[in-house]
Design a protein around this ligand. Structure first.
Ligand code: ADP
Ligand code: TMP
Ligand code: MG
Length: 188
């Protein structure tokens, strides 16, 4: 049987969710048992589906972004051939060990943000990347210059959000922009 941990990383709008759905769908078509999990904070476009910025949707099991949620992924995940988790940055770091363990005998596909709006790593994504057999690093298009974007700028009234604003703020193109290294502004 297959045993692999794949992680899809990058800034917002890079196509992480689209790529996760594309990969899961292929396994479903091949008749493999697949499940997609997502954290309950991300109700952005749909409460019970993973949703991409381009309208693509896929049914998901919603779990709380807590240690209980991580435990639920571990317990339910063993019943499937393919286990996918979107928005991994919202889960506690213990998710990394759970996914690493599920990958023994399964295909595990995780997707999450590399950096927060301050330009600092999301710890859970970083830890999952360390365990991953394969890291798929995607870029978006920089809203300023059109070059590949690796970072996410949070904007409030068109200016970078201050550093002391909360780390978690669910949103889309209304509050965030993909930026390249050159055009990412370090929040004050
Ligand atoms: P992610 O999960 O990484 O945020 P999605 O898969 O949800 O990405 O959405 C990717 C889609 O976002 C693209 O196919 C495109 O339609 C849209 N999009 C919006 N802004 C941008 C941008 N700056 N660069 C690239 N794609 C963008
Ligand atoms: P996405 O990667 O699928 O676009 O979703 C990222 C989500 O993370 C989106 O709801 C906005 C949120 N987010 C934060 O909460 N804090 C941050 O610092 C960043 C960059 C995004
Ligand atoms: Mg996404």
């Amino acid at each position: 049987c297959l045993s692999v941990l794949i992680v899809i990383v990058g800034p917002m709008f890079a196509g992480k969710t689209t790529e996760l759905i594309r990969r899961v769908e292929r396994h479903v078509i091949a008749g493999r048992r697949a499940v997609v999990f997502k954290p309950s904070i991300d109700s952005r476009y749909d409460a019970s589906k993973v949703a991409a910025h381009n309208g693509l949707r896929f049914g998901a099991v919603v779990v709380p972004p807590s240690e209980e949620g991580v435990e639920a992924i571990g317990k339910m995940g063993v019943e499937y051939d393919v286990v996918a988790v979107d928005e991994i940055q919202f889960f506690p770091v213990q998710l990394a060990e759970v996914l690493n363990s599920l990958a023994n005998g399964r295909v595990v596909i995780a997707a999450g943000l590399n950096l927060d709006f301050r330009g600092e790593p999301f710890e859970t994504t970083a830890r999952v990347m360390a365990y991953a057999d394969r890291v798929i690093s995607l870029t978006a298009v920089c809203k300023v210059c059109g070059r590949p974007a690796t970072r996410t700028q949070r904007l409030v009234n068109g200016v970078p959000a201050p550093r002391d604003s909360p780390r978690i703020l669910v949103g889309g193109g209304d509050s965030y922009e993909a930026r390249c290294r050159r055009h990412f502004v370090n929040p004050l």
